[in-house]
Write a protein that binds this ligand. Structure first.
Ligand SMILES: Nc1ncnc2c1ncn2[C@@H]1O[C@H](COP(=O)(O)OP(=O)(O)OP(=O)(O)O)[C@@H](O)[C@H]1O
Ligand SMILES: [Mg+2]
Length: 594
C-alpha cells in the first residue's frame, strides 16, 4: 500500500471531483436499500388485505376493498421502480465522477512518466530494455488506474452497502440478522481462496500472451530473413507450441471459474434458505412479520455482489501496488547528466580531450584509455581505426551522452560538465553511426532539430548532403512519408538524410560518426566538396573507416584497442610507414580489386 501513497497527490488534486463522487455512492446506496422496506410494507399489506377481503365476503364492500388493494399495490410497484431509477441516476453520477477522475489521473501520470523519460541519460536507456520502458507508460499505468477508479469506487461502495444493509437488518431483528449473515464469512474465505488461484492462472495466461505476441512481432520484423532462409514452416511449428501453451493456460483458468460461480450461487441460496427457515420461526413467534422475510431476502441478495467483489478488488489493489512500485523506482532514478547552468553558452568550436578514459558502466568494457586531442575552429579532425576501437565512444563523450571516468572533455576551454548542455547540443550537428528516421515526412525529418519548419533551410541542407536530386525524384518530394507506413529509403539515402538533419541546424561544430559508409566514393566526394564551404570557421570531427574520406583532414588519429597509436596529417602518417600506411595500402588494393 505504501507504494500507492505516491498517488495521493493526485487524489488531492482532484478532491473536488472525488468528494461529490463519494457522496453519490452513499446516496445511491441509500436508494438501493429503501426498496427492501417498500417491499416489506407491500407484503404486509397484501396479508392484511387478504384477511380484510375475506372478512367482507358476500358484502358489496368487498369489491371496493379489492379495488383499493389493487391500486395500492400498483403504487408500491411504481415506487420501487422510481427508487431504482433514482438509484440508477446516482450510480451514473458516481461513475461519472470517480471513474472519470481516474482517467484524468492516468493522463497526468503518463505525462509525468514520459517527461521523466526525456530527462534521463543514455546510460539509463542502455540498462533498460525498450519493452520494459513501454510497459511503464502503458500497462503499469493502466493497472494503477484500476486502483484509482474501479477499486476505490467499489471499496467505498461496498463499505457503504455493508453498513447500510447490516444496520437495516439488525434494526428489524438481530437474531435473524445473525443467521442470515452466517454464510457470508464462509463465502468470503472461499472467494479469497479461489481468487488466489484465479490470479495465479491469469498471471500465467498473461505471460503466455506476451511471449506469444513478442514471438509474432519478431516474426514480422524478421520476415525477410525468415523467407530467404525458408524457415516459414519452422516458425509455424514454434508458433503452434506457443499457442498450445496459451490455450492450456486459458482452459485451466476457465475450469476454476466454472466452479466458482455456481459455488457463489449455492452459498447465497443457502443464506436465503436460512433466512426463510429462521424467519418463519420468528414470524410464528410473532416477533417479525412475513414482510420482513421478503425484506431480508432482498438484503441478503444485495450483499452477494459486494462479497464477491472483495476478492477482485484486493487483487486490483495488489496489482496496482506492484505496478506503482515499478513506476516509483523509475521516477526515483535521477539523471546523472544534467545541465549545471542555464547561462547562455555560445560555442566557438575548441574541442579538447585531456587524457580521457572511459568504461561503459553496464558492460564494464573499457572503450577509451588516455585519449587526448585538440580541434580548433576551422579545423577538421579525423578518427580512424578498427571496429570496436572506441571511435563512436569519442563522439558520444563529445555529445556528453556519458561523462568521462578519468580526464576531461573541454569545450572552448571549459569543462563540458560546467557548460549549458542544452545550448551546447543545439550548436553541434551530430550524425550518429546508426541512422534513425522518424515515421514522418522527409522534410520534417530534416528539420527535426529546428523549432520551425523552414523549407529554405531544409532544401539547402538537402543540397549540401547531396540528397536534393533524390528527393526531387519522389512523387511527393519533401512531403514524402518515410518509415513504418511510408517509403523505405536506401541505406545511403538514409545516411545523407541524417547528414542533412545535422546541417539544417547550422551548427558550429560537426560530429560525423561513420556516416558515409553506405554511399559510393563519388557521392562521398560530392558531399565532402559541399561541406568545405560549410565548415569554414567551424570545427569538425569525422569518424571514418575509409582513408579516402579523411585524406584532407587537418589531423588524423589512428585508434587501436582504446588508444591512439598514430597521429598526424595524412602525408605525415604515410611517411611514417606504420599501421596507417599498412591500412592505406590494404584499402588501395581493395579498391583496385573491386
Ligand atoms: N552502449 C554501450 N554499452 C556498452 N559497451 C559499449 C557500448 N557501445 C560500445 N560499447 C563497447 O565499447 C567498445 C568501443 O565501441 P565503439 O562503438 O566506440 O567502437 P567503434 O570504434 O565506433 O566501432 P565501429 O567502427 O564498429 O563503429 C566496443 O568494445 C563496444 O563493444
Ligand atoms: Mg562506431
Amino acid at each position: 500500500m505504501k507504494h500507492l501513497a505516491y498517488l495521493n497527490k493526485y487524489l488531492y488534486k482532484y478532491r473536488w471531483r472525488l468528494i461529490p463522487g463519494f457522496i453519490f455512492v452513499v446516496i445511491s446506496n441509500y436508494f438501493g436499500v429503501l426498496p427492501a422496506q417498500v417491499i416489506r410494507i407491500a407484503f404486509d399489506l397484501v396479508k392484511e388485505n387478504i384477511g380484510l377481503y375475506q372478512l367482507f365476503a358476500g358484502f358489496d364492500r368487498q369489491a371496493l376493498v379489492y379495488q383499493v388493494f389493487g391500486y395500492s399495490l400498483l403504487l408500491f410497484g411504481a415506487l420501487v421502480l422510481l427508487l431504482a431509477l433514482i438509484r440508477g441516476l446516482f450510480l451514473f453520477l458516481m461513475r461519472q465522477t470517480i471513474i472519470l477522475t481516474s482517467r484524468h489521473i492516468e493522463y497526468d501520470l503518463k505525462n509525468e512518466i514520459y517527461s521523466h523519460y526525456q530527462k534521463l541519460d543514455m546510460a539509463f536507456f542502455r540498462a533498460n530494455n525498450t519493452g520494459d520502458l513501454m510497459n511503464r507508460v502503458t500497462e503499469d499505468v493502466s493497472r494503477v488506474r484500476g486502483y484509482l477508479g474501479p477499486a476505490l469506487m467499489h471499496s467505498v461502495n461496498i463499505l457503504v452497502i455493508f453498513v447500510m444493509v447490516i444496520t437495516a437488518m439488525f434494526n428489524v431483528n438481530a437474531h435473524l440478522a445473525v443467521y442470515a449473515l452466517l454464510p457470508i464469512p464462509i463465502l468470503s474465505i472461499i472467494v479469497l481462496y479461489v481468487n488466489k488461484i484465479i490470479n495465479q492462472r491469469s498471471q500465467v495466461i498473461q505471460e503466455r500472451l506476451s511471449s506469444m505476441s513478442s514471438f509474432v512481432q519478431e516474426t514480422f520484423s524478421g520476415i525477410r530473413v525468415i523467407k530467404s532462409y525458408n524457415r516459414e514452416s519452422n516458425k509455424q511449428n514454434a508458433f503452434e507450441e506457443e499457442s498450445v501453451a496459451y490455450k492450456d493456460a486459458s482452459i485451466s483458468l476457465i475450469k476454476v471459474q466454472a466452479f466458482f460461480f455456481p459455488l457463489i450461487v449455492l452459498l447465497t441460496g443457502l443464506s436465503t434458505v436460512i433466512t426463510i427457515y429462521i424467519g418463519g420461526i420468528e414470524v410464528m413467534k410473532g416477533s417479525i412479520t412475513s414482510g420482513n422475510i421478503a425484506e431480508f431476502i432482498v438484503y441478503v441478495n444485495q450483499l452477494t455482489f459486494p462479497v464477491m467483489s472483495i476478492a477482485w478488488i484486493t487483487s486490483l489493489v495488489q496489482r496496482a501496488a506492484a505496478s506503482q512500485k515499478r513506476i516509483n523506482e523509475f521516477l526515483k532514478t535521477t539523471p546523472t547528466i544534467l545541465s549545471p547552468t542555464t547561462a547562455d553558452f555560445k560555442l566557438q568550436g575548441h574541442l579538447e580531450f585531456q587524457e580521457v578514459s572511459f568504461t561503459y558502466p553496464n558492460t564494464g568494457i573499457t572503450a577509451l584509455k588516455n585519449v587526448s586531442f585538440h580541434v580548433k575552429p576551422d579545423q577538421l579532425l579525423a578518427v580512424i581505426g578498427r571496429t570496436g576501437s572506441g571511435k563512436s565512444t569519442i563522439a558520444r563523450l563529445l555529445m556528453r551522452m556519458y561523462d568521462t571516468d578519468e580526464g576531461k572533455v573541454m569545450i572552448d576551454g571549459q569543462d563540458i560538465k560546467t557548460i549549458n548542455l542544452h545550448d551546447y547540443r543545439s550548436q553541434v550537428g551530430f550524425v550518429p553511426q546508426e541512422v534513425f528516421l522518424f515515421s514522418d515526412t522527409i522534410g520534417r525529418n530534416i528539420a527535426f532539430g529546428l523549432d520551425t519548419l523552414d523549407m529554405a533551410v531544409v532544401e539547402k541542407a538537402a543540397k549540401q548532403a547531396a540528397l536534393y536530386e533524390n528527393i526531387m525524384r519522389f512523387e511527393h518530394q519533401f512531403e514524402t512519408e518515410i518509415g513504418e507506413r511510408g517509403l523505405t529509403l536506401s541505406g545511403g539515402q538514409k545516411q545523407r538524410l541524417s547528414i542533412a538533419r545535422a546541417l539544417a541546424i547550422q551548427p558550429q561544430v560537426l560530429v560525423f560518426d561513420d556516416c558515409l559508409s553506405a554511399v559510393d566514393t563519388k557521392t562521398e566526394e560530392e558531399i565532402l566538396q559541399n561541406l568545405r564551404p560549410v565548415l569554414r570557421g567551424k570545427s569538425a570531427l569525422f569518424i571514418a573507416h575509409r582513408i579516402s574520406s579523411i585524406k584532407n583532414a587537418d589531423h588524423i588519429l589512428l585508434l587501436d584497442k582504446e588508444s591512439i597509436i598514430e597521429q598526424g596529417t595524412h602525408d605525415d602518417l604515410i611517411a611514417q610507414g606504420g599501421a596507417y600506411f599498412d591500412l592505406y595500402q590494404k584499402q588501395l588494393l581493395e579498391e583496385q580489386e573491386s
